[in-house]
Design a protein. Structure first.
Length: 405
């Protein structure tokens, strides 16, 4: 068992300071309406329960648990319930890559094949008349491509194209293979497009997790623990949680309340062989809040600097050129993508309020966060319900921005 991938049960995560909402420019009346809105969703049965947080000017003005931790008969949701954060793992791993760039071990222009040679032979898959044809890549996949999802690598969950079906057949989502085996499996299948030409949400960050292992000589869990999680005192974040924390794990409904589809999420007390850089971490609200506050502070928290201020600003900038094709609901109008985060580029166009320069990402099972430097604010929404995630991502933004004075 890799103990370094396990959250430290012996230490409590230090809480961020709290303040009365009105002292940091948040409306108590609007916060009460926000709470009512979440309660309506819980009463309608669209989610078992939620944990929400809004912080501004370095202090938490709202931190509430509502509903239950799981289906009927489950205990109440608590502020320290444990969640599978899935793709909210990606910003943490992307930060790890940029730390190695800062340390001089990596360049963003480096070809991926420099670290994982199997990718040197990868072809581009082209669907034509129901058959797959293969072309040579015009240029190699770079580390920057992986960070901004322009690598041409795919995801089995984002569509039903031929490459995506190959991923699903190969069971690229398995947790019983190592990061090294997973990377070789991805390298054995074709790319969806030429590197740099399209934004396709993908397993690129899983591959970055393997790059971290190759460059650092540590497992991904060890690297994240020593370089990010321990310095930020995120003691409850890891690729598994201790079995004695089982009662604190938030659970989804067995079937999605809107579609009827069965819901099956991984057991966070099991030790996975694959430490998924794209979606393997579990965490709590206060743990992830410490990560958010570090980002809002420009890369440091409580005197611990984990990333340079200018490096972080670079990560939170749009890295998609005008000609890059984007066809995905995951990247709404008025948004681009940086190095590990989506980035708001326009005050309008999107179907919800927000500030230009806001950056964020979410997790497939219903977790979501964003950082708003202009308002000196971050918000966090945690639930466990894959089917309702798009609805809640839009709802929570409308509710939170209504509270800002």
């Amino acid at each position: 068992m890799n103990v370094h991938a396990t959250p430290s049960a012996a230490k409590a995560t230090p809480a961020l300071p709290e303040a009365r909402p009105e002292t940091i420019g948040l409306s108590p009346l609007r916060l009460a309406r926000m709470k009512d809105a979440y309660q309506r969703e819980i009463d309608k049965g669209t989610t078992p329960g939620v944990v929400t947080m809004v912080a501004r000017r370095g202090q938490i003005g709202w931190f509430e648990a509502q509903g239950n931790q799981g289906p009927a008969g489950s205990p109440p949701m608590t502020r320290d319930s444990i969640f599978r954060i899935f793709s909210m793992t990606k910003p943490i791993v992307s930060l790890g890559i940029m730390m190695l760039v800062e340390d001089g071990y990596l360049l963003l222009t480096d070809p991926l094949s420099k670290y994982i040679p199997e990718f040197a032979d990868q072809k581009v898959g082209i669907e034509r008349n129901g058959a797959m044809e293969y072309a040579l890549p015009v240029r190699p996949i770079t580390i920057q491509d992986l960070l901004r999802h322009t690598s041409g690598i795919a995801y089995e969950i984002t569509g039903v194209g031929m490459v995506q079906r190959m991923y699903a057949k190969a069971k690229t989502y398995r947790r019983d293979i190592t990061n090294e085996e997973h990377a070789k499996l991805i390298a054995s299948m074709p790319l969806m497009c030429q590197p740099g030409t399209e934004w396709n949400y993908s397993r690129s960050t899983d591959i970055l997790g393997r790059v971290i292992e190759v460059v650092s000589g540590k497992t991904l869990g060890e690297f994240l623990r020593t370089r990010i999680l321990d310095p930020l005192q995120m003691h409850e974040t890891g690729f598994r949680t201790a079995p004695d924390n089982k009662a604190r794990i938030a659970q989804p409904f067995p079937a999605d309340p809107w579609t009827g589809d069965k819901v099956a999420l991984f057991d966070p007390t099991e030790t996975p062989k694959m430490e998924s850089g794209g979606g393997g971490l579990v965490s709590t609200a206060m743990d992830y809040a410490r990560f958010c506050q570090m980002l809002l502070n420009g890369g440091e928290l409580d005197g611990q600097r984990v990333i340079g201020r200018t490096t972080l600003a670079f990560m939170a900038s749009n890295h998609l050129a005008a000609g890059v094709k984007v066809e995905s609901h995951l990247l709404p109008p008025g948004h681009g993508f940086g190095l590990g985060f989506a980035v708001r580029t326009d005050a309008g166009l999107a179907p919800y309020a927000g500030s230009v320069g806001q950056f964020f990402w979410s997790g497939v099972a219903g977790t979501f966060f964003w950082i708003d430097p202009k308002e000196d604010m971050f918000a966090l929404f945690l639930s466990q319900g894959p089917g309702q995630r798009e609805y809640f991502r839009t709802l929570v933004r409308s509710l939170v921005y209504a509270t800002v004075e």
